[in-house]
Design a protein around this ligand. Structure first.
Ligand code: C2E
Ligand code: CA
Ligand code: CA
Ligand code: CA
Length: 278
């Protein structure tokens, strides 16, 4: 029995060693990827429900790995957050998305560009200045830049978060509360923080037609947003039925596979020009 225990122990440690080795390798290649510019942005349309027009695009990062191909953010964002690399990564995203938005504006497409900002950024001194600097450099109109934040960004230090968000608002940026309903959801946040948009999490949208509770929650969120003068967007809209429900119930915007998945720049532009000719 003793021997067996010993073996188990060995197995256990080597599994852990292997795991941290993999992690270390991933961290190293993530750093390298930043230096080598191996990331690309995909854009997912946000569509105005009443007009059917693309009014905004969310920038979503992908890692174009030389051997492994396209890697989804779910695989590397958590590690980027743990290692602090997320700060450089998010700044890279903001800069590139703003440059892209500027190009689209110059070709006659007035689109708002939505960019995700990790809550960890809030612990970094000088965040507002860096964001403002990047947007100024890109020469994009800050009214057409929206920053998406999750509730987790706000709970750790709400007083600090309010200050940062006010500074970003003073610079005319749009602020969106992402994954709404999944986090800590203190409704008082909505009143305290200067958000422009509520983004209904896709878990509510997914079960919309099978769960009358989720349908009620969505309607309540839409009502609440209306009362608070917030725009409301539903994410993860995949079916015609979900689309119809949201339109009937006066949701402002939708984002999801029903209209389009996130697209590479060329495909996004093809979609834009298709719309223009309709
Ligand atoms: P998110 O901000 O909630 O982004 C929406 C995610 O839902 C995207 O996954 C998108 O591809 C996916 N999605 C869109 N429509 C549908 C749909 O109809 N059905 C389903 N099932 N999924 C849909 P993606 O691109 O894999 O990104 C995952 C998460 O990674 C994002 O969730 C966001 O939290 C994070 N992320 C992505 N890009 C960045 C970034 O530049 N910075 C930071 N900090 N996080 C990012
Ligand atoms: Ca988002
Ligand atoms: Ca989301
Ligand atoms: Ca999310």
């Amino acid at each position: 029995a003793k021997e067996q225990g010993g073996n188990c122990y060995q197995l256990y440690t080597s599994a852990i060693e292997e795991k941290s080795y993999d992690r270390l390798m991933l961290e190293m290649s993530l750093r390298q990827a930043l230096d080598r510019n191996e990331f690309i942005l995909y854009y997912q349309p946000q569509v105005h429900l009443q007009t059917g027009k693309i009014v905004a695009a969310e920038a979503l990062i992908r890692w174009l790995h030389p051997d492994r191909g396209l890697i989804s953010p779910a695989e590397f964002i958590p590690l980027a957050e743990e290692t602090g690399l997320i700060v450089r990564l998010d700044e890279w995203v903001l800069q590139n998305a703003c440059e892209q938005a500027k190009i689209w504006q110059q070709t006659g497409h007035q689109l708002t560009i939505a960019v995700n900002l990790s809550g960890l950024q809030f612990n970094q001194p000088g965040l507002t200045q860096r964001v403002i600097h990047i947007i100024r450099e890109s020469q994009v109109n800050p009214c057409h830049v929206e920053i998406e934040l999750t509730e987790s960004a706000l709970v750790q230090n709400p007083e600090l978060a309010i200050c940062i968000l006010r500074d970003l608002k003073d610079f005319s940026l749009q602020l969106s509360l992402d994954d709404f309903g999944t986090g800590y959801s203190s409704l008082s946040y909505l009143q305290q923080f200067p958000f422009d948009t509520l983004k209904i999490d896709r878990s509510f949208v997914r079960d919309l037609l099978t769960s009358s509770k989720n349908a009620a929650i969505i309607n309540a969120i839409i009502q609440l947003a209306g009362q608070l003068n917030l725009k409301v967007i539903a994410e993860g809209v995949e079916t015609r039925e979900q689309y119809d429900f949201l339109r009937k119930n006066h949701c402002d915007l939708i984002q999801g596979y029903y209209f389009s998945p996130p697209l590479a720049v060329a495909d996004f532009e093809a979609l834009l020009s298709e719309q223009r000719h309709h």
